[in-house]
Every structure is written in structure tokens, then in C-alpha cells.
Design a protein around this ligand. Sequence first.
Ligand code: PLP
Length: 384
Amino acid sequence: MKSPRSLQWIELSRSALYRNLDSLRRLAHGRIMAPSVKANAYGHGLSEITRMLSARKDVAYLSVHSLEEAIVCRQSGWKRKIMLLGPVALDSMDAVIKHKLEPVICSREHLEALGKAADKRRVMVQTHVKLETGTNRQGFVDKELSGVARIYKKHKYLGGPLGASTHFANIEDTTSHEYAQFQLDNFNRLTGVMTKLGIKPKLRHTASSAALILFDKTRFELVRPGLSTYGHWPSKETYLSYRLQGGKNSILSPVLSWKTRVTQIKEVPADSFIGYGCTYRTTAPTRLALLPIGYYDGYDRGLSNQAYVLIRGKRAPVRGRICMNLTMVDVTDIKGVRLEDEVTLIGTDRGETLSAEQLAQWAGTINYEILARLTPTAPRSIVR
Ligand SMILES: *Cc1c(COP(=O)(O)O)cnc(C)c1O
């Protein structure tokens, strides 16, 4: 039997992913690369991205948020290191050891639980210490570090921390970088405190995409780019700052395209309301195409009456509210639209492009959210 045809799918460009990695590696100047694949690899598909990254010997680590994501990476054949950025349940430290994960530690309770589990199983565990430098989200402040050092010394199989990290609060959304410098000063002071306490970190890491691209001083020994790996800029400000520093235009290309098909075409008369809430009314006889995707799939409801899709290389406007699983678009002015024609929601068709950034602007959010919320159930195919 022929496999059923999908009415919605995501295409991933291998060559774009590898080009982005090449660009980031050049910026990283030999630092250890630990790209972030959290949030289902920013909506791209965790197992597909993991498999493509496995083929790149220059990627030493993957960074994930959760234990569940780390397990998917292992199941997808990732044999190298995994850094666990997010928390683990206190009673689940055995899984951290079993899957050889390197958690970033943000509380003494978690470090203690991990130390006990490691000593009991007599297996060395590598850890990273998160430092609070001004984001006030996760991390240790000065006065907690002596307690942290005591826990490291108590548990033989913790063997001291391998790394120390922090995360910037205000590096993407601004062209002024005083706050990042303030956090960097704090980070340097706190790693100095760790060294005095006898828990000197070998790998210091602070750089997400924007920091890696813009600030040499944030790169230390390891970098953790997320969004840029997939070919997107963290913000207009990041792009602008990069260009002002003399950076080249073309270092990142989007990896993902999102496609669907026209599943019905219908003619509606002038003065007809379209969809829930009667938010759109036609002013002339109108040809509508029905698309089998909606906000459930990650096509944000904020795109209602705002966005366009591409059909035959032309923009068709969304009419009425985006439904849970359906969207209506106006194809009156596009010649020859037929049932099951391909529709581009994100990507390029015949020279016309709709970017995740453009969708984010229409929906009043950021490219990160548009990508991260793409439905994990749409089939992913790898192209080029
Ligand atoms: C998500 C995340 C990153 C990657 O950030 P991008 O802006 O996507 O590059 C790096 N470090 C930490 C701790 C993160 O949570």
C-alpha cells in the first residue's frame, strides 16, 4: 500500500543547518560547540536535528532542557555529551547517571541528591554550576557557593564541577550592552570565588546566539547557540549590532519550511461573513481556499485577518479567525488554484518568501515562539 499523503509537513534543509554551523564555528574560534536542541529543536524536530548533528564531528555537546528530551537524543543515536539546562525531579537522579547527562546545577538540594545517587552507584558524574549574575531566574549567589563547595567535597563521585555558566537577561532586545557587561563582571567575580573555594570550573560558558555573535568576551571555553543554529537571528537589534560591527549579511539561512495543501475551494457571494465571530465580511464575490491547519498546529490565532500564505508563488490573505484545525484564505486573485495545491506557510515559493520573523510580527510575538510551537506531529522530511 502506498503510504498516505500528508496534508501538512515540515521540510528541513540539511545544507542550511550545516552552513549555519560552519558560520557559528567560525565565530566560536575553536570553542566547544553545544547547540541547544530544547523545545523540540526549536520546533524543527528533535530526532531529525539530532541525527543531522550526529554527522558533524565538530559538535561535542547537545544542550537540552529536560530529561525527556535528553532521552530522545540518546534514542536518536547521539553518543556524545549532553548538557541538561533545566531541572530534574529530585528522585530521578539515577536517570541522569544512566544516560550520562551533564546537568547544570541550580540548587544545593539537587546537587546533594545527585551526589548521593552517584556515590551509591559508584559512577562519576560531570556537572556545571549555574551562577546568578542578574537574570534572577536560576543560579547561585556568592554566599551560597561555600555550601556548594562542601557538597562537592563530600561526594567523591561528583569530582568537582566541570563547568560554570550563566545566561544573559538583556542581550537580544537592545543595541546597548551595559547590562550584559554588568553580568559578565559578576560572572568573572563568581568564578573567581569558586576557584578560591577549590571548585575551579574548567569550562566556563555564557554565550547564547546573540552573545556568541556579538561579544568575544562571552565565549570563554564553550558556547550554547540555539536559534542561530536553525538560521534565525535572535532579534533585529542583534542583526543590526552585528552589521554595525562590520559583520557579513549572509551567515545564517533558515533551515525550516512549513507546508500544507488546499483541501477545498469554494465561491462565496459578496457581503458574506467568514468564520467564527464574523470578523471578516466579503465586499465582492470571493474564492476561498480551505487549509487543514490551525492554532493547534502552531499557526497562531493572532494571525487571524493578518497573515498571508503562499500559493503558486503569490500571497493569499487569511480571512476570518484561525480555527483550531482550519484556516481560510482568499485566492480570488490567484489564477488557476486547484485542489491539493501546495501552500507555503513559512518558506519560499517561486522567489516569494514568508519568514518566521514576518509571522511573528503579524502575530505580535517573536520568531522563537512561532518556531517552538510548531506541532511535533507534522511529518518532518530532510531536503538537500
Ligand atoms: C535557550 C538557551 C540558550 C540558547 O539561546 P538562543 O538565544 O536560542 O541562542 C543558551 N543557554 C541557555 C541557558 C538557554 O536556556
